[in-house]
Design a protein around this ligand. Structure first.
Ligand code: FMN
Length: 214
């Protein structure tokens, strides 16, 4: 029986009825060393808005996402500081026309849906030309009751989003990728693309690509 199921799965896979990309993508280990001096990365950091049509590799995406909001310690905390050490941020990704959620604890991309465009994420036209967009989302349900009123919680979320963005900028600089922090978020488009619940607020987006030659 098990053998038959495996055979059927293999046939469907070969026929293209099941594609690997319509499932969770297990990301490989992020780079341990980008061979870039941190001070040089600060010196070279800049916003890039023009990218080639080449999709960034999963290997690069792995390192960029981990730098932005990966887990870097045994106690489950992140590469960025969070208020009260709580986990109220989420990264979502549009990659190759598909929507995913980054799961830091498993370091994988959880498939949400296909037929999604990067244009859905932003109110700014140039973003739609990119093939990969990271969306920085605050999950207001992630705050403990003692984190103050909503206005205070939003301040925390925006501060953490800034840290995530800078980590992504620096990782991109090290990997020779281009990115830009964009406040022009299409909230309705993001909600649709990622099936967000009402307390998940998309704050910023960051297209990522190989910079086109200037
Ligand atoms: C909070 C914030 C919001 C931004 N929003 C946008 C945006 O909506 N669209 C855009 O093209 N750039 C946006 N940027 C990028 C800035 O335009 C950019 O950082 C600035 O021009 C300085 O260029 P540099 O990043 O190369 O130093 C934003 C930057 C910040 C910090």
């Amino acid at each position: 029986m098990v053998q038959r199921i495996i055979t059927l799965f293999m046939i469907l896979l070969m026929a293209g009825a099941i594609t690997y990309s319509d499932t969770t993508i297990v990301l490989d280990k992020p780079l341990e060393n980008a061979n870039v001096d941190i001070m040089k990365a600060f010196k070279n950091r800049k916003s890039e808005r023009a990218y080639t049509s080449q999709l960034i590799s999963i290997h690069h995406l792995s390192t960029v996402l981990w730098s932005g909001y990966g887990i870097n310690r045994q106690d489950g905390k992140h590469t960025v500081p969070t208020a009260y050490g709580k986990d109220y941020m989420k990264l979502y990704v549009i990659y190759n026309g598909k929507a995913y959620r980054y799961l830091p604890e498993k370091h994988c991309l959880q498939f949400i849906q296909a037929e999604v465009t990067t244009a859905m994420a932003s109110t700014q036209g140039w973003v739609g030309k990119s093939t990969c967009v990271i969306v920085i989302v605050a999950d207001m349900d992630g705050f403990p009751f003692y984190a103050g009123l909503r206005e205070q919680q939003l301040k925390y979320a925006h501060a953490t989003a800034g840290c995530i963005a800078q980590n992504i900028y620096i990782a991109c600089t090290g990997l020779k990728l281009g990115t830009c922090l964009v406040a022009g978020v299409n909230v309705t488009g993001c909600k649709k693309a990622f099936k967000l619940h009402e307390n998940e607020l998309p704050l910023f987006i960051m297209p990522v690509g190989y910079p086109s030659a200037h």
